[in-house]
Design a protein. Structure first.
Length: 462
């Protein structure tokens, strides 16, 4: 846990950068609770519980990158602790220690370890619920454990309902270990209660499905990552000598790694939803299997070289840390994300003049003004008809194209905030096409700055 905590605190601010996904958390969490609730009726209901949690933290500790990301760091530390305890119970102390240390080094974990989004919290909940399941399968469980299990799965589902894919993973573990009838009955009751608690959110969020319309359809090259992970996990599981009817790391870790991935791929047959962060909690299973492989190596080494065996895990972890160091450094830099809303806001403050107007292409790039309103003080957002708070949206409601055109033609200087060319997409709606055409036909560029995936261009009337 301390190891993962240290990895999370290392470079936590990412050079004072915040990217677009985190900007959504930032700007929503700063709204009053009533306004957050109003917004959830229109967009992002799937993240409602997380936004309310972050609102409370921002109220208590202030809005900053530390408050934004520290919950994810602490959650991943809890997940690492769960991996360690599960591994120790099922495969010995070295396996638990190695698994917990490996978890924090996994590239996907390092990325979301410092991310102001709910996926690390889901991973922590998955770790706790899996530990509770192992506890009852070892015969230590009571009614309180089952209640805690169902409650934890439900909370995870409310943070992101795709985390319910952990239930078929745990179902596979029960089948593998040939659990008794009483265990099946209690698990079914707890699982049903969790699903019932999350089902209203699942049904309601379907009306907001357009929010994930940008996710591309599944292609063959998208299967390479899951295939590699499953291959590594399967090879590691073989070292645990998996047998049906025995509670082992393979019986717990392999389903936790494989089943959510396969389940998400199955959902993609209905609607494109394949993003690895949705099943990030599957990395718990991979870490468990890696830890068991190292634990087996320690035992084997100890039989022939007793003095060398205790050094095996520290040496392997050190070598892995050095091998992954370039990637670890990269994930802690602003370039690791597609853009930075704070850097471009500083450019806006430097370039703006009294009486200037501002437009955003696409409208979602208004997030930089919502996160840093002081930098945009004095600028008139001439395309905006209704603010994000009033409209209950993330980006606000803009006027019709004709009104936007008229408002732009009435200006002497306009600042355009948009994406840098290497990540920009062609305008996707009539409003953005009108903004682009008016600037091109009636204005000339007098300043142009690009920084960390965003661009601000100053136009003056011809």
């Amino acid at each position: 846990m301390l190891w993962t905590l240290a990895l999370g605190l290392w470079g936590l601010s990412r050079q004072d950068s915040v990217w677009r996904d985190e900007a959504a958390t930032w700007q929503v969490a700063r709204r009053p609770v009533a306004d957050i609730w109003h917004m959830l009726g229109h967009v992002d209901a799937v993240h409602g519980l997380y936004y309310l949690l972050m609102h409370g933290l921002f109220e208590w500790f202030g809005a900053c990158t530390t408050t934004l990301r520290l919950p994810s760091v602490l959650a991943m530390a809890v997940a690492a602790a769960c991996v360690t305890v599960i591994g120790r119970r099922l495969a010995g102390g070295w396996a638990g220690l190695a698994g917990g240390l490996a978890f924090g080094l996994l590239p996907a974990v390092q990325f979301h370890l410092q991310e102001g989004r709910p996926y690390a919290l889901v991973a922590a909940g998955a770790g706790v619920s899996t530990l509770l399941l192992v506890t009852v399968l070892q015969g230590r469980g009571r009614a309180a454990h089952w209640a805690a299990y169902g409650g934890t799965v439900a909370v995870c589902g409310l943070l992101n309902w795709l985390s319910l894919l952990i239930l078929p993973a745990h179902l596979t573990t029960l089948l593998w270990t040939r659990a008794g009838r009483g265990t099946w009955t209690r698990w079914a009751a707890a699982a049903t209660g969790a699903v019932a608690a999350v089902l209203p959110l699942v049904l309601f969020s379907r009306s907001q499905a357009d929010q994930v319309s940008w996710i591309p359809p599944l292609t063959w090259h998208m299967l390479i990552g899951p295939a590699v992970l499953l291959t590594i996990g399967s090879l590691a599981a073989l070292l645990d000598r998996p047998r049906a009817g025995r509670l082992s790391v393979a019986a717990v870790g392999l389903p936790l790694l494989a089943v959510p991935q396969i389940g998400l791929l199955g959902l993609c047959l209905v609607r494109p939803l394949f993003l690895d962060r949705y099943v990030l909690f599957g990395m718990l299973g991979l870490a468990l299997l890696i830890g068991t492989a190292l634990g087996t190596a320690v035992r084997t080494t100890g039989q022939r070289f007793p003095r060398a065996a205790p050094w095996l895990v520290p040496v392997v972890v050190a070598v892995a840390m050095l091998a992954l160091l370039p990637q670890s450094l990269a994930k802690r830099s602003p370039a690791s994300r597609v853009d930075d809303v704070l850097a471009v806001a500083s450019d806006v403050r430097r370039l703006k003049e009294t009486g200037d107007a501002v437009v955003f292409v696409p409208a979602a790039r208004r997030d930089t003004a919502l996160v840093s309103p002081g930098h945009f003080a004095g600028l008139r957002d001439i395309a905006l008809a209704e603010s994000p708070v009033a409209s209950g949206t993330l980006k606000g409601e803009e006027a019709d194209p004709a009104r936007i055109r008229s408002a732009m033609l009435a200006q002497r200087r306009i600042l355009l905030v948009t994406d840098a060319p290497d990540v920009a997409r062609p305008p996707s709606n009539e409003r953005d096409r009108v903004k682009t055409a008016v600037l091109k036909e009636h204005f000339t560029v007098v300043a142009d700055e690009q920084v960390r995936g965003r661009r601000v261009t100053v136009y003056e009337r011809l």
